[in-house]
Design a protein around this ligand. Sequence first.
Ligand SMILES: NC(=O)C1=CN([C@@H]2O[C@H](COP(=O)(O)OP(=O)(O)OC[C@H]3O[C@@H](n4cnc5c(N)ncnc54)[C@H](OP(=O)(O)O)[C@@H]3O)[C@@H](O)[C@H]2O)C=CC1
Ligand SMILES: O=C(O)C1=N[C@H](C(=O)O)C[C@H](O)C1
Length: 245
Amino acid sequence: MIKVGVLGARGRVGVEVCRAVEAATDMELVAALDKDDSIEGLAGAEVVVDFTHPDVVMGNLEWAIGHGVHPVVGTTGFDEGRLETVRRWLAASPGTNCLIAPNFGIAAVLMMHFAQRAARYFESVEIVELHHPNKADAPSGTARRTAEIVAEARAEAGAARMPDATTTALDGARGADVEGVHVHAVRLSGLIAHQEVLLGGDGEILTIRHDTMSRSAFTPGVLLGVRRVREQPGLTVGLEPLLDL
Ligand SMILES: NC(=O)C1=CN([C@@H]2O[C@H](COP(=O)(O)OP(=O)(O)OC[C@H]3O[C@@H](n4cnc5c(N)ncnc54)[C@H](OP(=O)(O)O)[C@@H]3O)[C@@H](O)[C@H]2O)C=CC1
Ligand SMILES: O=C(O)C1=N[C@H](C(=O)O)C[C@H](O)C1
């Protein structure tokens, strides 16, 4: 049995994760902690799942890694600086591993992968992410990561700069620029989590769209991460290696 702790246990995703861990026959939920609980309650857990908030996740990771608990992290807000800090903590705690995935939905991971594969064949790529209005951050972790891997694929293929004749615009009208890829964030009641990657070429457009219809979509990926994190050395970013992508 894998002893699992959950941080953010009363949150929108945390509730689903606790339910899934309790239903898994190879896992035991040993701690379900939320905002005002002491993180010391994680003592005894082998793996901790974090779905909290970008402002608190780094403190949680420092504690977990320092205590030899393997984190599986869904919380967003990771840039290269944060990832480097996590790598440093892991290096100081040999045998402890960490998985950080901006999206645990299998279809969402495939959407990102297909966008990365397609990017080199098109002149233009833009991303529109659409989420519920209670989301803390923008752009979403998924959109940010998609833009990064799309930009990387385009750079590797020697793609030219994307055409854009805009010289006059209101601030924000062209969205956020993530390594040259424009990302637009919609916050709308009724939505959960959605993303479109628009790829434009000569006379044709490919749209890759992903829709999260229920937060239960994240739990198979989280359980996969919990089962595999102990054998994935150091820091793993994204679920792709666990899906052989
Ligand atoms: N990787 C993925 O697949 C996914 C990632 N996410 C990300 O996960 C994060 C959480 O999303 P969501 O569940 O919607 O958010 P919620 O706000 O619904 O849940 C977060 C929970 O964490 C609690 N919390 C805040 N601080 C702490 C702390 N220090 N220790 C323990 N618990 C704490 C919050 O309490 P309180 O409300 O009182 O502040 C809340 O109950 C976001 O960053 C989101 O982007 C979301 C969906 C999928
Ligand atoms: O906050 C959310 O809801 C989600 N957050 C993640 C992100 O920022 O990409 C994953 C998914 O989009 C849902």
